[in-house]
Design a protein around this ligand. Structure first.
Ligand code: IPD
Ligand code: CA
Ligand code: CA
Length: 262
């Protein structure tokens, strides 16, 4: 099987596991902090994904949230989040997904994000475009920041985060612009890609949260940057994603919010 087919198969099979177990009984443990959860289903999902990838590409580099950095000297790297939105999943909230990105020589070439509860499969290939359930998607064409709908997320260590995520949130809300918090960064990015949101920002994310969604946004015509406006890398922990048209407006508010007192 080729990389694209393997990616789709692994994402679909993991999605089946999420759907079968959704709302049922499963073991839930805390990780580094009490609020940071991992379920038995995260582990099962990751196991299936890794089995499928390894059966086709035993030498590829794999980075996963639950098993860590399984480094090899391959030019191909799979970046896996077996459930993005675990807290939602553990509370039977159907806003969660499987997220898998593939890099070649450090460049994202494929991404897949699947929410089986919502029956939504997002996919992007470098130079191919982005798709939702096989239909091409595009970012919103709204260029009026005041009429935007935005989405964000808060780090689980907001209370001791010196970079002021609450100040930034307050600054955006003070503009009278509606903001949502879905609880899955991968879906936040995909929902920017398909035009539901004009913009998304979040502090403290990891490569597995954003790898697939980042390519899905750019292939849908959107823009990514750091909070300083520079080029975004999935190994940065801050991300600003938008339809491109309201990017600078949102960037200015974020910069202001970083130093504002709440
Ligand atoms: C989390 C989600 C959430 C974001 C957190 C992430 P997880 O991923 O993407 O939206 O706010 O920072 O850790 O833990 O459910 O895979
Ligand atoms: Ca995640
Ligand atoms: Ca996860």
């Amino acid at each position: 099987m080729k990389i694209k087919e393997t990616l789709i198969k692994a994402t679909e099979e993991a999605g089946k596991i999420l759907k079968e177990n959704f709302g049922g009984e499963f073991k839930i443990e805390s990780k580094d902090r009490e609020s940071n959860l991992v379920t038995e289903v995260d582990k099962k999902s990751e196991e299936v994904i890794m089995k499928i990838i390894k059966s086709e590409f035993s030498d590829h580099y794999i980075l996963t949230e639950e098993s860590g950095d399984l480094s090899t000297d391959s030019d191909y790297k799979w970046i896996i989040d077996p459930i993005d939105g675990t807290i939602n999943y553990a509370h039977s909230i159907p806003l969660c997904c499987v997220s898998i990105g593939v890099e070649h020589k450090g460049e994202l070439i494929f991404g897949a994000v699947y929410n089986p509860m919502g029956n939504e499969f997002f996919y992007a290939g470098k130079g191919e475009g982005s798709f939702l359930n096989n239909k091409k998607i595009k970012v919103s064409q709204n260029n009026n920041f005041r009429k935007s709908l935005l989405v964000t997320g808060f780090p689980y260590n907001t209370s001791d985060n010196p970079r002021n995520p609450v100040g930034v949130f307050a600054e955006v809300v003070k503009q009278d612009i509606p903001v949502r918090r879905l609880g899955s960064a991968a879906l936040d990015l995909c929902w920017v890609a398909c035009g539901r949101f004009e913009g998304f920002w979040e502090f403290n994310l990891n490569a597995w949260d954003t790898a697939a969604g980042a390519l899905i946004v750019t292939e849908a015509g959107g823009k990514l940057s750091s909070f300083e406006g520079g080029e975004y890398s999935v190994y940065d922990n801050e991300i600003l994603a938008s339809n491109g048209l309201i990017h600078n407006d949102l960037l200015e508010v974020i910069k202001k919010g970083k130093t504002s007192q709440v």
